[in-house]
Ligand binder design. Structure first.
Ligand code: PEP
Ligand code: MG
Length: 883
């Protein structure tokens, strides 16, 4: 087996297409070499080796060593240096590189190959003793932390102590002799912590680092990241060993990171940061504040430090040419890392850059308009779910706000919440339903769970490419980073800005689009849905074949859904219309009435209200289809709970409270979800459905006349299991319809159909379709009844089910395609067998879930219906499903 692939000027064995085998980093390093870009030579050990390693008790195959040695020799040849050589030592970096990028998750070792002999060689060759010993101490520090597992604070403390003893404020004031002394101390720390010396042999160092990268695949933060991003453990990571180039050899050296377009806004501008005389990790660590690449970037951020464009104009020009080449080649925004060693540019990485949803949208639309990609590719490129971030509110510019601090606009969106200072606290309070803002000096991979739980993240330190910024953008959390005036005191549980003190538990608002931090909660407004968003949606609409409707019963929801592009209402849950204060008494009176007459009295009060509801919905939908579902209450939700509730109903109905209480008690069910609900209620109390059918049809007649266009209501019967149920209730609706049309002297078309939300109904779909003109899959109940898992109680064991690998995903969120999906397919097929033109849709929560939408496309449904805010997601997901 070939486990090792070389890359470099003399030809690479890999290409960008090989990312599964070489990992993203390795594949792109090979590709960049193939493009003739300046990449230091290196080797990639494949992800298959990682799999082998874990399948074989953490051991390597015999042939690996020889393959690494051979590839290393190629690096030596290209560099004209030798690994472990005292005269002209080759140093390497060792980095992980999985198939999917996992920023900050895995460990990196730089400057590997240094020992007492080689450091002297490096000093002679570079003519810079201070640089050589600085590199050596960095190496010991990193290697000890990452490979040997020695707590890095021991080294940090020692460094700080040395600085203090010798009156140095900054690392840059440390002399070669300082570093030498520190190196002796570092080695002593390792000896005393581990009881053995720090390894001197370059090859031993290399194999230690390779083992550490493979080992880090299974560390806790990598596991957490994989779980949050659905990355399977079997993918494994590759290891990249690459010749070191140095950005810290003097003032003609630098290191930097850049995006070919702005990753926050998507604007087509070269965007990045660099540090003169520094090594790569200095930029990301956020210890020194980096300078901007371009003059425009510098001016926009009010910085006084020279931009790279000014400080190193020639290399900057080369860098611009490289980034243009990369963007043309990959046809996507790239996130690049580079180093300048003594005026020469080297590329260390390129990958498709992480970006906010807003940037993803703008970049895709711009690139399609630039002709770099097609409209279809633009549509395919946006993660449907991520649109969610664009549909949520931003700060109302007119709202009063007290800005107390400014930082970098690291990840857009406005968020308010209570201040917490630790990731654990963020998670804990978020679980109780609180909005929290996580406030940290800076974040690290240990904070991921808290960042995920938080609405927003505020850090005092770090740039646009700091950990906090990168991770927040990926997760779609609002983030303000590097708010330097924020002084955080973890011990006191507070932060101060000037003379303002904010304590844990106080509410603040952050605006990640502007970088502002405000006291209290600030009002927000709806997002702009025209422009790029409109363009992408237009393209999506041209592609998709599924219709998208909404689940809505209030005028506000219906209007929101229409502005989001809903093509009708797929589910109007009429029981939701009964909860308002002015109606609930009449509803309770109806339910608690002990005879038909009592019920009819209550229903007479409800009729005009219901009719009014439908009139407004029909007006808003202006001729688009509206599916109204007749009452489907789990009865207990409506029963009076308190004495006051009972007293109110008693007053309204004239029945005494005692009697009402007894009646309510008698309606108690032990399993209301499987109880007297849905069509069962319509069968036992037909007058309820009669009233609703009348309200719907009267409203339809009225609005048809008004609009001069017919409104065609779709009347839907819930929880049907048998043909006979539907037959009885269809007859009831038809009878009411005939009466209404006669009374009004006008008629409308209407459909009567059913929900398919019980397995029996799915199986009996052929017979049910003889009576019903449409099916709408109620996949909430269908999931509940297929699994026999209560939709309200599954939370308590869902996590153990996920952990045990029984569920990949919550089946109430993403459709169980295997089981519930099979019932959907059966019902669709059998329904069509007796009624070929039957309309098929889905209205469970799954109607807004992209994976489920893809399934609906496959199953041949006509439409999906989802909550208003998911309508755009569904439109895009439907287009992607059709591609
Ligand atoms: C369903 O069961 O999927 C459905 C849409 O109905 P409800 O959620 O109201 O039970
Ligand atoms: Mg249901």
């Amino acid at each position: 087996t070939k486990w090792v692939y070389s890359f470099g000027r003399n030809g690479s064995e890999g290409t960008a297409e090989m990312r599964n085998l070489l990992g993203g980093k390795g594949a792109n390093l090979a590709e960049m070499s193939n493009l003739g870009l300046p990449v230091p030579p290196g080797l990639t050990i494949t992800t298959e080796l990682c799999t082998y390693y874990y399948a074989n008790g953490q051991t390597y195959p015999d042939e690996l060593k020889a393959q690494v040695t051979e590839a290393l020799a190629r690096i030596e040849t290209e560099m004209g240096m030798r690994f472990g050589d005292a005269e002209n030592p080759l140093l390497v970096s060792v980095r992980s590189g999985a198939r999917a990028s996992m920023p900050g998750m895995m460990d990196t070792v730089l400057n590997l190959g240094l020992n007492q002999a080689t450091v002297e060689g490096l000093a002679r060759r570079s003519g810079d003793e201070r640089f050589a010993y600085d590199s050596y101490r960095r190496f010991i520090q990193m290697y000890s932390d990452v490979v040997l597992g020695v707590d890095h604070s021991l080294f940090e403390d020692r460094l700080e102590a040395r600085k203090e003893e010798h009156g140095h404020d900054l690392d840059t004031e440390m002399t070669a002799d300082d570093w030498k002394a520190l190196i002796a101390d570092y080695k002593a720390i390792v000896q005393s912590e581990l009881g053995r010396p720090f390894p001197d042999d370059a090859h031993e160092q290399l194999w230690g680092a390779i083992g550490a990268v493979f080992g880090s695949w299974m560390n806790q933060r990598a596991k957490t990241y994989r779980r949050l991003h659905n990355i399977p453990a079997e993918w494994g990571t590759a290891v990249n060993v690459q010749a070191m180039v140095f950005g810290n050899m003097g003032d003609d050296c630098a290191t930097g990171v850049a995006f070919t377009r702005n990753p926050s806004t998507g604007v087509k501008e070269f965007y990045g940061e660099f540090l003169v005389n520094a090594q790569g990790e200095d930029v990301v660590a956020g210890i020194r504040t980096p300078q901007h690449l371009t003059v425009a970037g510098k001016l926009a951020n009010g910085s006084n430090d020279p931009a790279m464009e000014e400080a190193m104009p020639v290399v900057f020009g080369e860098l611009v040419a490289v980034k243009d080449r990369l963007e043309q080649h990959y046809r996507d925004m790239q996130d690049i890392e580079f180093t300048v060693q003594q005026g020469r540019l080297y590329m260390l990485q390129t990958r498709n850059g992480k970006r906010t949803a807003a940037a993803a949208l703008k970049i895709a639309v711009d690139m399609a308009e630039e002709g770099l990609i097609t409209e279809e590719q633009a549509v395919a490129r946006i993660e449907a779910q991520a649109l969610d971030q664009l549909l949520h509110p931003t700060l109302d510019p007119k709202a009063a706000k007290t800005v107390i601090a400014k930082g970098l606009p690291a990840s857009p969106g406005a968020a308010s919440g209570v201040v917490v200072f630790t990731a654990d606290e963020a998670e804990k309070r978020a679980q109780t339903g609180e909005d929290v803002i996580l406030v940290r000096i800076e974040t690290s991979p240990e904070d991921i769970h808290g960042m995920h739980a938080a609405r927003g993240i505020l850090t005092a330190r770090g740039g646009m490419t700091s950990h906090a910024a990168v991770v927040a953008r990926g997760m779609g959390r609002a983030c303000v980073s590097g708010a330097g005036t924020v002084r955080i005191d973890y011990a006191k549980g507070s932060f101060t800005v000037g003379d303002v003190t904010v304590k844990a538990g106080d509410v603040i608002t952050i605006d990640g689009g502007k970088g502002e931090v405000m006291l209290g909660r600030v009002a927000t407004i709806k997002p702009d849905l025209s422009g790029d968003f409109g363009a992408l949606m237009t393209w999506a609409d041209k592609i998709r074949t599924l219709k998208v409707r909404t689940n809505a019963e209030t005028p506000l929801d219906a209007e929101t859904a229409r502005t989001f592009g809903a093509e009708g209402i797929g589910l109007c849950r009429t029981e939701h219309m009964f909860f308002s204060d002015d109606r609930i008494i009449a509803v309770r009176q109806m339910i608690l009435a002990d005879d038909v007459a009592g019920r009819r009295t209550a229903l007479a009060k409800l009729l005009p209200m219901q009719r009014g509801d439908f009139v407004s919905l029909f007006r808003i939908m202006a001729g688009l289809p509206v599916t109204v579902r007749l009452l489907d209450p789990p009865l207990h939700e409506f029963l009076p709970h308190t004495e006051k509730d009972i007293a109110e109903v008693a007053a309204a109905s004239g029945i005494d409270a005692q009697k009402l209480s007894a009646r309510a008690a008698s309606l108690h069910e032990s399993n209301p979800m499987l109880g007297h609900r849905g069509c069962r209620l319509g069968i036992s109390y037909p007058e309820i459905y009669e009233m609703q059918a009348r309200a719907i049809l009267e409203a339809a007649v009225e609005v048809s006349a008004e609009l001069g266009q017919t409104v065609t209501p779709e009347i839907m019967i819930p929880l049907v299991a048998t043909r006979r149920e539907l037959e009885i209730l269809r007859k009831l609706v038809d009878t009411v319809a005939a009466q209404v049309f006669e009374e009004k002297g006008a008629r409308v078309e209407y459909l009567v159909g059913t929900m398919i939300e019980l397995p029996r109904a799915a199986l009996q779909a052929a017979k049910i379709a003889e009576v019903g003109e449409f099916f709408s899959f109620g996949t909430n109940d269908l999931t509940q009844t297929t699994f026999g898992i209560s939709r309200d109680d599954s939370g308590s064991f869902l996590d153990s089910y996920r952990e045990a690998g029984i569920f990949d995903q919550d089946p109430f969120v993403s459709l169980d395609q295997e089981g519930v999906g099979e019932l959907v397919k059966i019902a669709a097929e059998r329904g069509r067998s007796t009624r070929p033109d039957i309309k098929l849709g889905i209205c469970g929560e799954h109607g807004g879930d992209p994976a489920s939408i893809e399934f609906c496309q496959m199953a041949g449904l006509d439409y999906v219906s989802c909550s208003p805010y998911r309508v755009p997601i569904a439109r895009l997901a439907a287009a992607q499903a059709a591609l």
